[in-house]
Design a protein around this ligand. Structure first.
Ligand code: FAD
Length: 261
């Protein structure tokens, strides 16, 4: 990237990062760069404006026994080595060691289709961010559904540690391919939450599966409800038909994993 293409700002604290982000207008946030660096190589990096490099800003807290707080700059390799489920399992299955050592949870949350989004949705995570209107903490469902013009700097995600959790992703053998689909489930204070990724740009809650579980269905019986709830798409990784056919098996396995089967 030529120095004249963008002004690079490198804050040394969370407070400086928040001040430099402002309302986010014209700012490109640079986390681990695993997605952004290739755009530099291919000449697609946003020109002009400001690049906010977060590598020295802190924002890498990983703490809490009851309520877990994960700073936006926490690397996936660190999460993979942690006991914070189902996020640890999701992080461990992303790409390879080199990518996980650089990639951050903030970048994964802001770059569809991030596999950790599925795990965070199942865990009922809240996202703390700043931007126009100041700081806010909102359910991940609302964060993911925000409009494209609502630029936010993610500071952290937090959630109550689930009693039990499961996570499974289906991917091709090559380490550099994204997951075809992922399923996460978590026993939270509000019951079992089940989420699936790879069925659209954002992960979605499988509420019919959750309802069936509440009514005493087995994992396989509950998982059978999933097909009616989704509208999969065709892409280079898999066809819609394939996704619909395989989803119940993934849901069953994730639930059995959570239940210790
Ligand atoms: C070879 C390869 C394989 C991969 N495989 C997978 C995979 O299997 N699963 C998967 O989920 N991902 C995969 N990825 C994508 C990527 O590595 C991850 O999604 C990663 O977590 C992105 O984080 P980052 O910090 O590197 O993002 P960056 O490249 O720094 O940024 C990505 C986007 O997020 C924004 N952003 C970053 N941090 C913040 C923040 N704190 N606040 C607001 N916006 C922010 C940036 O502006 C940018 O738009 C792969 C990437 C590569 C190169």
């Amino acid at each position: 990237m030529r120095a004249s293409d963008t002004d690079v700002v490198r804050p040394e604290s969370p407070e400086q990062a928040v001040a430099a982000f402002g309302d986010g207008h014209g700012v490109t946030v640079f986390g681990g760069g695993t997605i952004l660096m290739p755009t530099v190589s291919y000449g697609r990096y946003p020109r002009g404006g400001r690049t906010l490099m977060l590598d020295r800003a802190g924002l890498d807290e990983l703490s809490g026994d009851g309520t877990v707080t994960i700073g936006a700059m926490t690397r996936l390799s660190r999460l993979a080595a942690s006991d914070v489920q189902p996020v640890a399992a999701a992080a461990a299955q992303v790409a390879d060691l080199e990518v996980r050592g650089q990639a951050t949870i903030g970048g994964n949350l802001c770059a569809p289709p991030g596999d950790l989004q599925t795990a965070l949705l199942a865990a009922g995570a809240r996202v703390r961010s700043v931007g126009a209107g100041g700081e806010r903490t909102e359910p991940i469902d609302d964060f993911l559904a925000r409009g494209a013009d609502d630029a936010r700097l993610v500071l952290a995600v937090e959630f109550e540690r689930p009693r039990r959790a499961g996570y499974i992703s289906q991917r091709r053998a090559h380490a550099h391919s994204y997951a075809v689909m992922s399923v996460a489930c978590a026993e939270t204070g509000e019951g079992t939450r089940v989420a699936a990724g790879g069925l659209g740009l954002e992960p979605l809650r499988l509420t019919s599966v959750e309802r069936a579980l509440t009514e005493g269905a087995s994992p396989a019986e509950a998982a059978a409800q999933a097909q009616d709830e989704v509208q999969p798409h065709d892409d280079a990784l898999a066809s819609a038909w394939y996704r619909r056919a395989v989803l119940p098996t993934l849901v069953t396995r994730a639930l059995e994993q959570m239940q210790g089967g």
